[in-house]
Write a protein that binds this ligand. Structure first.
Ligand code: AMP
Length: 181
């Protein structure tokens, strides 16, 4: 590090920037708003550094991001790692042929999708989302990557709500989170 380069961002700085919004989008949910992290150039870049910690350019073929906020971080991570970027999106958003995966919500189900040709068999994949809650979204996304033959090196989150124990749905993969509540 040269004397003029800024100090690396640490997780506590990101934690301080995350805005808690009570009762959004429904009563009882405390929404973790990451837009203040994105709005700060140093914290945004630092969040990408922390989400990709341990990986160098050449280690990863594809970074897969999960709709919606995961796409922002995954795109930055792909650029940093000189990897391709792949979106996992909510059903109906991707234009070409897709594979779909259902997963359970507290009430009802949700469906996410990936393009059928998004990942080559054997590709080394880093999967990224903004937040791990119950783990259903990430587990379904991982299932889509595996269906295409991708090899998941790790799943990383900016935020983990550890009291919801989402990790137990992701036991097959290394899971890293930057800020844990
Ligand atoms: P889950 O499938 O329960 O792990 O939920 C994770 C997905 O829902 C992520 O894509 C998050 O963006 C979103 N999410 C769940 N809970 C919250 C929360 N409290 N604040 C912000 N986003 C959330």
């Amino acid at each position: 590090m040269t004397p003029s380069s800024p100090a690396p961002v640490v997780a506590s700085e990101i934690e301080r920037a995350i805005r808690n919004v009570p009762d959004f989008p429904q009563p009882g949910i405390q929404f973790k708003d990451i837009t203040p992290v994105l709005a700060d150039a140093r914290l945004f870049a630092g969040s990408i550094d922390l989400l990709t910690r341990g990986f160098q350019p050449g280690d990863v073929d594809m970074v897969v991001g999960i709709d919606a906020r995961g796409l922002i971080f995954a795109a930055g991570a792909a650029l940093k790692l000189n990897a391709g970027f792949v979106p996992v999106r909510k059903k109906g958003k991707l234009p070409y042929r897709t594979h779909e995966q259902n997963y359970a919500l507290e009430y009802g189900t949700n469906t996410i999708a990936i393009h059928v040709d998004a990942i080559q068999p054997g590709a080394r994949v880093l999967l990224i989302d903004d937040l791990l809650a119950t783990g259903g979204t990430a587990a379904a996304s991982a299932a889509l990557v595996k269906k295409l033959g991708g090899q998941i090196l790790a799943i990383t989150f900016l935020i983990e709500l550890s009291f919801l124990d989402g990790r137990q749905k992701l036991k097959d993969y290394p899971v890293h989170s930057v800020v844990v509540y």
